[in-house]
Design a binder for this molecule. Structure first.
Ligand code: ZN
Length: 521
């Protein structure tokens, strides 16, 4: 099968017309209603150079690629030389939040994203079987795949008493839940080791769970234990998990988020390359911004909200108070849009006192279980804490794919990450070629999370497609205007149905739940 696909790919690249006539057959779609994108620049997701051609598809998938004659059944779409690429696969997305109320998924679709991978950072819709049913009864415009959150199964087993290491028996119960999730199509295990409740787990617990995933042919993905002061140790832990459990491991939204480690991206990448050379399949996803979005508490791994020294360290070395902007603040929504430094100045208090007070006010009166299982966050913050050079180096790494880590609300990455990556790193800085950037948004992403049959323009693949202008595609979302739509994405198809055109949704909701492709050794 792989050989056959390779052969088709070679054939399409080397001898377009011969290939298309071989593949072309109107009888393949007796019902008619095929779509033909004419005169496109095909960037197929493999990393190969773009070439002029046409793509025929229907709801069952891509039918033919090459120089194609118009058939009677074809509805023709003129691409006018624009790029047709596989729909983007976002390996770390939070766009599932609110998807039931807004199934059009405008924030994601408008960027050219056709599949979102959710359940990251240790938190998933659990159990996955219910989530699948919800998506089936209220289908979204976008495809959805999901990991199983370590934190979700940990809470399920340990309840409110999670601020400790799990017992052998508790880990065994987590393994049973995980195995069931994997049988329901989960991509694997996603940890959020910097967050509650994952932060209280030890490495052995994670390795034991990862072994269960390995048996089922799944994968491991992680918001690691630290992205700042203990980044290097966190990378070692991830590599150890990959080596001990024997499964592919992916670093979520890889970053160097502390001033004192800025400029060390090459060191981190060298360590990852060394692990790869030893046979550990370690990869990463990256979003193209120097600022993150998280909770105020994430900078305090000891979770001591009275510790002024820890707060001072966080604001001096990790994320300066004038770069920490509140995007959600339930106790006082008027503070949204202000930085911690601005609030401190207004209150006549120090930055660190203000920072701790904001945390205490946000969570006062809530039990730990309530905090850990909150649907709506009490607070959220954007923090500037990465260097542009590091982000560029991580984006350019051959084993990193692009993600948004975005949602409908909050950080501008939710509306702009993918167009931004093309604008900045292809067009403006020229450090990644367009075909390679598309590979980092499609086939590489599919491979990194274990999705099959999507991410390439090839007969037999799902007709998830994006038509865009590579010269103008641009993000417009900013911290002040997080939901401004990107430009230059002309049309988006999901499973052969157009979901985005002329800067608006078409109303179609063809998205499906995408299950894990089992790894073969
Ligand atoms: Zn994360």
């Amino acid at each position: 099968m792989i050989y056959r696909k390779l052969k088709i790919l070679m054939c399409c690249v080397l001898a377009l017309s011969a290939c298309s006539s071989e593949r072309e057959s109107p009888a393949e779609d007796p019902s008619g209603n095929t779509l033909l994108i004419k005169n496109a620049m095909i960037v197929d997701g493999s990393g190969a150079a773009g070439y002029p051609g046409d793509v025929r598809f229907d709801q069952d998938g891509i039918i033919a690629v090459g120089n194609l004659e118009v058939l009677e059944t074809d509805e023709v779409i003129l691409a006018k030389g624009m790029v047709i690429a596989p729909g983007f696969i976002d390996t770390h997305s939070h766009h599932d939040i609110g998807l039931d109320d807004s199934p059009q998924a405008v924030a994601a679709i408008s960027q050219g994203i056709t599949t979102i991978v959710v359940g990251n950072d240790g938190k998933s819709n659990f159990p996955i079987e219910n989530f699948k049913q919800e998506l089936k009864s209220n289908p979204p415009a976008i495809n959805v795949a999901s990991y199983t959150g370590h934190g979700s199964i940990r809470l399920e087993v340990m309840g409110a008493d999670y601020k400790r290491e799990a017992s052998f028996e508790e880990i065994a119960r987590m393994q049973a839940l995980l195995a069931k999730e994997l049988k329901s199509g989960s991509l694997g295990l996603a940890t959020g080791l910097e967050y509650d409740p994952g932060i209280y787990s030890n490495t052995d617990e994670v390795i034991t769970l990862a072994k269960t995933v390995a048996v089922e042919g799944g994968r491991y993905i992680s918001h690691m234990r630290s992205e700042d002061r203990a980044l290097h140790e966190a990378v070692e832990e991830l590599i150890l998990i990959g080596s001990e459990a024997g499964l592919p491991v992916q670093i979520s939204h890889m970053k160097l988020a502390a001033v004192n480690i800025w400029g060390q991206a090459d060191n981190v990448l060298r360590r990852l390359e060394a692990a790869r050379a030893e046979g550990i399949d370690v990869t990463a996803d990256v979003y193209p911004y120097t600022y993150w979005q998280s909770t105020l508490t994430v900078l305090l791994p000891d979770r001591d909200f009275e510790d002024l020294d820890a707060a001072r360290f966080a604001l001096e070395s990790l994320a300066p108070a004038d770069g920490l902007t509140l995007t959600v603040y339930a106790p006082d929504p008027d503070l949204v849009g202000l930085t911690v430094a601005e609030i401190a100045a207004a209150r006549g208090k120090s930055n660190e006192e203000t920072y701790l007070q904001l945390i205490r006010d946000a969570y006062e009166g809530f039990t730990i279980e309530e905090i850990a299982t909150m649907e709506e966050p009490r607070e959220s913050v954007i923090g500037v804490s990465m260097s542009e050079q590091d982000v560029a180096a991580l984006v350019a790494w051959q084993h990193s794919n692009i993600c948004s880590d975005g949602a409908t609300e909050g950080h501008p990455r939710g509306h702009g990450a993918f167009p931004r990556a093309i604008r900045k790193y292809v067009r403006e800085q020229g450090i990644v070629t367009l075909p390679d950037m598309i590979r980092k948004m499609t086939s590489l992403s599919a491979g990194h999370v274990g999705i099959k049959g999507r991410g390439l323009i090839m007969p037999g693949y799902a007709a998830d497609l994006v038509l865009f202008d590579p010269d103008t595609v641009t993000d417009n979302a900013t911290i002040e205007h997080h939901d401004r739509l990107s430009e230059g994405i002309a049309s988006v198809w999901v499973n052969g149905e157009r979901v985005w055109q002329n800067q608006q949704t078409t109303g179609a909701r063809p998205g499906v739940f995408v299950v894990r492709a089992v790894r073969r050794e």
